[in-house]
Design a protein around this ligand. Structure first.
Ligand code: F6P
Length: 514
């Protein structure tokens, strides 16, 4: 392998047009494909050739990708700014296995919580009194369960629905409460810290609503908490007997497989939730053991590094051809952008290269009728990940064939284009890179595999960029200022604290609010 450094990426020769790469190498579609668990990953239409791949894998090796991966699995404190281990892989380890953090095997504690969740979920599923589960959380305490609940539509209990309230905008909780019957509603207050203002505000509103309808005594049967902070849960007024715990070594955006997934477990049942975790574990094991040149998260991560630092592509589109994965791009936005949207390295110095991309996307075929024009003919190149399945989770085969033919067509059209010199507006230049991820069916296990794949891509890229993918200090300043401004909207304004534009906004709001 060819050893280069990150800065040298932009000096590498650009690969030929994808048309020429395929013409020159009839084996490309076979060689640039691998399996991880049940996922078939095809990067043959990525903008790379053998020489670039060799440089990228050399860079991965020389940047310590294997060492940092091993450090994560060894429970070392690789989250340096928070001095914490990064243990989400422990959440999906089989019973009886070992994952040591701070001298303790955490797997028994993980399964103790899973067992408690399983018993609770089973009770809710069979008792017949709860018909509506409302998860109140935000960020990692919302996006993961909301995405997975939607994705696993086909596996859900037929008589229990879940809603997800996250936004502090009262419209969110108001619309859910308007559609809830207090006697048959269970609220799950999900917050790692139990200090997040949006979640606590929504939870208080929900609590007041329930107490007004059913009285204080009903809280015990209609509220549970998921948190790492028992003290704050008790302070809020939820008995800690009704709390499911997790640990500070689980990052919020890496927590859907912890007790944060309780709503999903109630919806799909403990056995299917175990399949979900087993799916994560399959890909964890692939990532932990496969050599770099067959390690799919490493390969895809390095291709992403090439796009960011070699070719200067700023964004990446994730395009699931599965309506049930409609929230997957939003989920990945937090996973990727909160992890790798950083500009200082682990030593506190300003990074010299671009870091994480802007992640966005919508399910196919809807996106085709909105933004694909730019993907095909715009001046900016947007690398795309297509995700599709052999079977739909419904009985409408004709729809599924149409859906998948669109996925294949888009991938082909982007890569190869179609020349039309006579009519430039009809010219498709092609050479627009994309990756295709396929699996038999969107099952709980396959969903776990997909999430783990992206988690590890983010991890590897964070290693290459030398940043802490597991902190999120960038969200703090806005929170702090909002906390200062809230009383100024109601009581006395404090103009000395702000710039003139912010003072004008506050003054406008105060006068109109009145
Ligand atoms: O957005 C910042 C953040 O800290 C996320 O990392 C986290 O997922 C979210 O807020 C919610 O935090 P909590 O689960 O502690 O309420």
């Amino acid at each position: 392998m060819n050893n280069i450094d990150l800065a040298a990426l932009s000096d590498l020769d650009r690969p030929a047009h994808l048309r020429d790469l395929f013409a020159a190498d009839p084996t490309r579609a076979e060689r640039y494909v691998a399996e991880a668990g049940d996922l078939r990953i095809d990067w043959s239409k990525a903008a790379v050739d053998d020489s670039i791949m060799s440089s990228l894998l050399g860079l991965a090796a020389s940047s310590g990708v294997e060492e940092r991966r091993d450090a994560m699995f060894a429970g070392e404190h690789i989250n340096l700014t928070e001095d914490r281990a990064v243990g989400h892989a422990a959440l999906r380890m089989p019973r009886g296995s070992t994952f040591t953090i701070d001298g303790e095997n955490v797997v028994p504690a993980v399964h103790e919580v899973l067992d408690a969740m399983g018993a609770f979920a089973q009770r809710v599923r069979s008792a017949g009194t709860i018909r509506h589960v409302v998860n109140i959380g935000i960020g990692g305490s919302d996006l993961g369960p909301a995405m997975a609940y939607r994705a696993l539509r086909a596996d859900r209990h037929p008589d229990i629905r879940c809603s997800f309230v996250s936004n502090v905008d009262g419209a969110d909780i108001a619309s859910v409460l308007a559609d809830s019957d207090p006697a048959s509603t269970l609220f799950i207050v999900a917050s790692k810290t139990f200090g997040t203002i949006e979640t606590l505000t929504n939870a208080r509103t929900a609590r007041d609503w329930l107490v007004a309808e059913l009285g204080e005594a009903a809280v015990a049967d209609h509220f549970v908490a998921v948190s790492t902070n028992a003290e704050r849960v008790a302070e809020f007024g939820i008995d800690t007997d009704n709390m499911f715990g997790f640990w500070d070594w689980v990052g919020g955006r890496y927590s859907v497989d912890s007790a944060i997934g309780l709503s999903v477990m109630i919806a799909i049942g403990p056995d299917a939730f175990a399949d979900f975790l087993a799916g994560f574990h399959l890909v964890d094991e692939h990532f932990r053991t496969a050599p770099l040149d067959r390690n799919v998260p490493v390969i895809l991560a390095m291709i992403g590094v090439w796009y960011a630092n070699g070719l200067g592509h700023d964004t990446k589109a994730v395009l699931p051809y599965a309506h049930d994965l409609a929230r997957f791009p939003a989920y990945l936005q937090q996973l990727d952008m909160e992890s790798n949207g950083k500009s200082v390295d682990l030593a506190g110095a300003r990074v010299q290269n671009d870091t994480g991309p802007i992640v966005w996307g919508e399910p196919g075929t809807n996106g085709q009728h909105a933004f694909y024009q730019l993907l095909h003919q715009g001046t900016r190149i947007v690398p795309c990940d297509f995700i599709g399945f052999a079977h739909g989770n419904h009985e409408h085969q004709q729809h599924h064939d149409l859906l998948m033919s669109n996925l294949f067509a888009q991938s082909e059209a982007l890569a190869f284009g179609r020349s039309n010199d006579a009519e430039p507006h009809r010219n498709f230049e092609g050479n627009r890179p994309n990756t295709v991820i396929l699996a038999e069916r969107l099952t709980p296990s396959v969903l776990g595999q997909l999430i783990a794949l992206y988690e590890h891509i983010v991890h590897v890229q964070g290693t290459i960029w030398g940043i802490d993918s597991y902190d999120q200090w960038g969200v703090e300043l806005g929170k702090e200022l909002a906390n200062q401004i809230t009383p100024e909207l109601i009581d006395e304004p404090q103009p000395d604290r702000h710039d003139s534009a912010t003072n004008a906004l506050i003054a406008w709001y105060r006068s109109h609010r009145a």
